[in-house]
Write a protein that binds this ligand. Structure first.
Ligand code: PMP
Length: 423
């Protein structure tokens, strides 16, 4: 099998003449050998404009937990497309969706609905600040909560807290304290009676797919509550992915507020903040502004409702399968790296696999900073030429659409890619 990317290369050149940087999310420019121009997806598979076929583990950067164009979601959306695109007013589906979120997410007593993860994080922080009357927010090094100024500091691959992009108002993160995750002493050292919220990814996927230490999540909730601060779990990646009720269900720890996005919409842009009714009262009373032209638009609401219903109905099969397939990929990477003599490590939690070319175990975000990022990206680039599309950071998202045949094919591709790199 030999893949050529000639048309993607030509398309990238064409795009750069009109689209700044030739891509629509800066990160996509990092794809090697070139940002691939895709034309079609179905289930677990993708096709590009050169006619190459791939098993897809990028899944739209996470949202496509049910695979590309899942039938139940398509059916609901197609019906809604013919019914109405938007009302700028109330409709039946928004309440049905809110009920489905409250039914499936342990912390959800009430919810609000937005469009993207970044927006929902912004809303959650605003609500926490209003509910506590405090301004300081504690976040953790290596945790990503969206691209807005409020929380864009201390994100991968930064080693310290600092504004993470040109054009960011540094004053926006002056009220954000960044500390080490998985370390209750480090948290205690920065907590105080001015802290509105402690926000975290309950599994630090963006910092290298790091699991919480036993007892850590409960310890954070206890410490935060002791000083009157709220806990926000940013479950934009882990929500509906690690379990129907997300990481909070998996680990049995309930935050005050939860942010959902990505898998919630099965590919459609929709997000939510859910949590304690007394905290979301801030929105219910109108004290906190939660507004937006597209909030809970009926097409996206129909998609999310169909996705939740599908996941709920299939949960006893879907979640064990995601975990089983992810473990199989992790194990093929470990054995193939061993055979090829390439130093590699794998972090796997449920349907998320993160691989690292590294001499030291990536057991914390700080440890992942010592990994060979270029080497990991070379492995992912080599996989592309073997018909496997994964995120250049070394991340694989599994979907309910992947079957045992996909995983076997991926395992063989991993072996060939690592043998090629060894040479
Ligand atoms: N929080 C987390 C944990 C995320 O991974 C992301 C996106 N990768 C966001 C928030 C922001 O979501 P969006 O890109 O939809 O704005």
């Amino acid at each position: 099998m030999s893949y050529s990317f000639d048309r993607s290369i030509a398309q990238f050149d064409r795009s750069k003449a009109s689209l700044a940087g030739g891509v629509s999310t800066a990160f996509r420019a990092a794809q090697r050998p070139v940002p691939i121009c895709f034309s079609r997806g179905k289930g677990s598979h993708l096709w590009d404009i050169d006619g190459n076929e791939y098993v897809d583990y990028v899944l739209g950067f996470g949202p496509l937990l049910l695979g590309h164009s899942p039938e139940p979601v398509l059916a609901a959306v197609e019906e809604q497309l013919r019914t109405a695109l938007g009302f700028g007013a109330s409709h039946l589906l928004e309440a049905e969706l809110a009920e489905a979120i409250c039914r499936t997410v342990p912390s959800a007593e009430l919810c609000i609905i937005s469009n993207t993860g970044s927006e929902a994080v912004h809303a959650a922080v605003r609500i926490a600040r209003a509910a506590t009357g405090r301004m300081r927010v504690v976040k953790f090094l290596g945790h990503y909560h969206g691209w807005l100024d409020t929380v864009h500091t201390g994100v991968a691959p930064q080693a310290v807290a600092a504004p993470a992009t040109g054009g960011q108002d540094p004053r926006a993160v002056e009220s954000v304290t960044v500390t080490a995750w998985n370390d209750l002493d480090a948290l205690d050292a920065v907590l105080g009676d001015d802290v509105a919220a402690v926000i975290m990814e309950p599994v630090n996927v963006n910092g290298g797919n790091i699991s919480p230490a036993p007892g850590y999540l409960a310890g954070v909730v206890e410490a935060a509550h002791r000083c009157g601060a709220l806990v926000i779990f940013d479950e934009v990646i882990t929500g509906y992915r690690l379990a129907l009720g997300g990481a909070q269900e998996l680990y049995g720890v309930t935050p005050d507020l939860t942010v959902l996005g990505k898998a919630l919409g099965a590919g459609f842009p929709i997000s939510a903040v859910c949590g304690r009714a007394d905290v979301l009262e801030e929105v219910a009373t109108g004290r906190v502004a939660h507004v937006g032209t597209f909030n809970a638009g009926p097409v996206c609401a129909a998609a999310a409702l169909a996705a939740i219903n599908d996941l709920e109905a299939g949960q006893t099969e879907i979640y064990p399968n995601l975990d089983r397939h992810a473990r199989m990929i992790a194990s093929r990477v470990r054995s193939a790296a061993n055979t090829a003599g390439i130093p590699m490590f794998v972090n796997q939690v449920g349907g998320v696999v993160s691989v690292f070319v590294s001499d030291t175990p990536p057991s914390s975000y700080e440890a992942t900073l010592k990994s060979d990022r270029a080497g990991t990206a070379s492995f992912i680039a080599a996989l592309l030429g073997q018909g496997v599309h994964a995120i250049s950071l070394g991340r694989f998202y599994l979907s309910a659409a992947h079957d045992d045949g996909d995983i076997a094919r991926t395992g063989d591709a991993i072996e060939r890619a690592l043998q090629g790199l060894q040479r």
